[in-house]
Design a protein around this ligand. Sequence first.
Ligand code: AMP
Ligand code: FES
Ligand code: ZN
Ligand code: ZN
Length: 298
Amino acid sequence: MRCRLCGKKAIYKELRFCEEHFTSYFDKKVKKVLSNPLFKDKKLLVALSGGKDSSALLFSLAKLVENEEIDFSLKKVEALYIELGISGYSESNLKASKELCNSLSINLNVVNLSDENGVSVDSVSKKSRKVCSECGVLKRYLINRFAFESGFDFVLTGHNIDDELFFAFHNLINGNLNYLARSGKITPTDNEKKLVGRVKPLYYVSEKETAIYCLINNVPFSREKCPYSKNNAQIEMKSKIPLLLDSKSKKISFLKHLNKLKKYFPLEEENSVEKCERCGFPTTTKICKFCRIIEKNK
Ligand code: AMP
Ligand code: FES
Ligand code: ZN
Ligand code: ZN
């Protein structure tokens, strides 16, 4: 099969692109989101896990800035790695994150869950049957807290279209319309609530596409799988979604139409978001989930 733009060998059959045109297709997706005037002159923090998605995002962003395709300075872009304490997994993710940031001359911040709180995801796993969801709470909290306390305007994550489809189905099935209404490609900053805005530049990019991007551009990333993700409900559901949404265009169409429906979803009362009595970060209960997980596992 040949590239539909230049006739060279196509490496991505779904869209019929050669290596070069696949790379520019991917970079254009990132550029489209980040060209939003909302981000001009803002301090951006890339949440870097060392996995393929966030690594592809940081690489593409740095290249777009360097080639002056987006108008902001790399001086205002930093990365953050959360050391979760998962033995045999965290080490290789940190190594890949360091390698990538060194090669791009981007400052890598590291926050260590266990140094600061005396708890690791390995220790949480001994007491919890919901280790993945508790780990998600810990990660999101630490990313937001670091970004807020360090004065970043937005956090960029590597969530891709397959993550978003899982999130959509999971929350529709469980009736969490409120979560869905608040989610999206860009969520705004709310300084009063100590919430830093979130951006998902890979919102319309698939997991397969980020893997191809990393491989053809030699982006360093870790191939390790999290030991807690075996038998994970997310992986199981993600494998079933393509049975129904069997092409990229159907996936995009589904998300676009769902986003149009979001305005009809009921939002929780604004005043139900309060400050955690322990840490002062937002919560809908007296003590936030992060503080409760730490307390339970100390
Ligand atoms: P996940 O929840 O593991 O699917 O990751 C979703 C996104 O969260 C990734 O693309 C990263 O942007 C971010 N992320 C996940 N793990 C970490 C970590 N250990 N440190 C920093 N960011 C992370
Ligand atoms: Fe959190 Fe696997 S990365 S449980
Ligand atoms: Zn081509
Ligand atoms: Zn708290």
